[in-house]
Write a protein that binds this ligand. Structure first.
Ligand SMILES: Nc1ncnc2c1ncn2[C@@H]1O[C@H](COP(=O)(O)OP(=O)(O)OP(=O)(O)O)[C@@H](O)[C@H]1O
Ligand SMILES: [Mg+2]
Length: 472
């Protein structure tokens, strides 16, 4: 049952509403002035706020604004005389759920409360579903050196990748991660590291306690690559004025992430190959070998097989590096992940704002986000959400808040300027299917809600799900 606060200077009215609500087992607090209301709302959590718009000491709109801020999930109903219907509209605009006009009747009040309670139940249900979804569709990486992070994905392909990450983390084999720019290659590498155990030799020691050292191989200069990786002793060459620890040593007991491995020279590749084959390496200028105790994970957004055929990447190194290969598909091939990622980034960036509250993304915006192709993949989606959260004026992200590159695409679609590829029938089929998929995904698989979103009956929605063979 609900905790309700009634704010009205009309003592008789408060009393009769209180009796009505308490009969239905709700618990009721009463305030006769704005100041009393604000003090009660500051100290207590309420589910529903009923407030008169005309209070002796302030406008009810101030109570609405305060309640909205302090109790973001509470529902607010304003009470108004006939004369101030415009103020009631203002109250709705500032976040009240409904309004009641005086004189009140028992019936009117009862129906309004019933609707409010239904709304609360629905919101809670959606929240619960969303939370359940988040749990099953994310991989938490609390232990990463950069603090809390998680990897999100609801598509079957990402679910499979999560499984591979968990299995890969148990062993010490080399891993090669491929995928376009911004698909999450580094995040996958961090995930493997943070869930890692170091093989069978030291059963109880976790690699995740060691360091994750990320190295961008494209930034190596031809001359210094070797000393960067292996380190050097003092005086090993001109300019080696003191001893230097190499990346392999830094990552000892942890993971060495060699990013953009496809950009290395063949000389460097030969040296790396030797380390992988022998499990030891020589610091530049040192005569005895050091043992390598870092796990090697490499990544490339270049097609390494093509690079091999062009003679710029060593085939033998390729086979050493990719004992396990993880291919991350571009975002446009797993659009199902877009809504859940968008909410993830909304939460991430909204929590950094103190001056305003951005809590939701409209269904229409999700549609727009799902239509775009994301050449920059997840990084581009993340940037779009950061942009939208920063610049929106409301509490919900709308299509107008998105960067023009994304919003513009859907506008040209809706103007009908883009010609469908193939026959019209196929294009319409695909379009309907994508609408249904995104509605279902937006409603976390809840068929009734998705049907409502598309203004069709639940029965019709079910037929469509069968017809298009959609996963729910
Ligand atoms: N599945 C995911 N869930 C949540 N965030 C993700 C996911 N995949 C990628 N990201 C985020 O997207 C951004 C880009 O990811 P990352 O740097 O790992 O990509 P990359 O493939 O290494 O890109 P590049 O090739 O440009 O180096 C990061 O901020 C990362 O946290
Ligand atoms: Mg990267």
């Amino acid at each position: 049952m609900a905790d309700i606060i009634l704010v009205d200077d009309d003592l008789g009215l408060c009393r009769s509403m209180q009796m009505l609500f308490e009969k239905d087992a709700h618990s009721v607090s009463i305030a006769h002035t704005g100041a009393q209301a604000i003090s009660l709302i500051s100290d207590n959590d309420y589910d529903v706020v009923f407030t008169d718009l005309k209070l002796p000491d302030m406008s009810g709109l101030e109570v609405v604004a305060f309640a909205k801020k302090r109790l973001p999930v509470a529902e607010i109903v304003v009470i108004t005389g006939y004369a101030s219907i415009e103020t009631a509209v203002d109250a709705i605009k500032s976040g009240a759920y409904d309004y009641l006009t005086k004189p009140l009747s028992i019936e009117k009040v009862r129906i309004t409360l019933k609707r409010v309670m239904e709304k609360i139940a629905l919101t809670q249900q959606v929240d619960l579903l969303r939370r359940q979804l988040q749990d099953s569709f994310s991989l938490s990486l609390q232990d990463t050196p950069v603090g809390f992070e998680s990897m999100i994905g609801s598509s079957p392909r990402m679910q499979e990748i999560f499984k591979i990450i968990r299995q890969t983390a148990q062993g010490d084999s080399t891993v090669l991660i491929t995928g376009e720019s911004g698909t999450g290659k580094e995040l996958v590498a961090r995930a493997i590291h943070s869930l890692s155990f170091s093989g069978t030799l030291r059963l109880n020691s976790q690699r995740s306690k060691g360091r994750f050292v990320a190295v961008n191989c494209a930034a190596f200069s031809r001359e210094l690559a070797e000393s960067e990786l292996f380190g050097h002793v003092k005086g090993a060459f001109t300019g080696a004025i003191k001893e230097k620890t190499g990346f392999i040593e830094m990552a000892s007991g942890g993971t060495l992430f060699l990013d953009e491995i496809g950009e290395t020279t063949t000389e460097f590749q030969a040296k790396l190959l030797r380390v992988l084959q022998e499990g030891e390496y020589y610091k530049v200028g040192h005569t005895s070998a050091s043992k390598m105790n870092a796990r090697i994970i490499s990544a490339s957004n270049r097609n390494l097989e093509k690079a091999i055929s062009e003679g710029i990447f060593r085939k033998d190194l390729y086979y050493r590096l990719n004992v396990i290969t993880i291919e991350i598909p571009p975002l446009r091939q797993r659009r199902q992940d877009i809504p859940i990622l968008a909410y993830h980034f909304l939460k991430k960036y909204a929590s950094r704002l103190t001056a305003k509250e951005v809590t939701d993304i409209t269904p229409e915006t999700i549609e727009v986000l799902m239509q775009y192709d994301y050449p920059g993949n997840i990084r581009e989606l993340e940037n779009a959400l950061e942009y939208a959260v920063t610049f929106t004026h409301g509490s919900q992200i709308t299509p107008a808040d998105l960067p023009a590159s994304i919003a513009g695409v859907s506008r040209s679609h809706s103007c009908g300027v883009t010609l469908p590829q193939g026959p019209l029938k196929t294009a319409l089929y695909e379009y309907e299917k994508s609408l249904l998929t995104s509605a279902l995904s937006h409603c976390s698989g809840n068929i009734s809600m998705a049907a409502r979103l598309l203004s069709i009956s639940r029965q019709r929605m079910q037929q469509k799900i069968k017809e298009f063979d959609l996963n729910t």
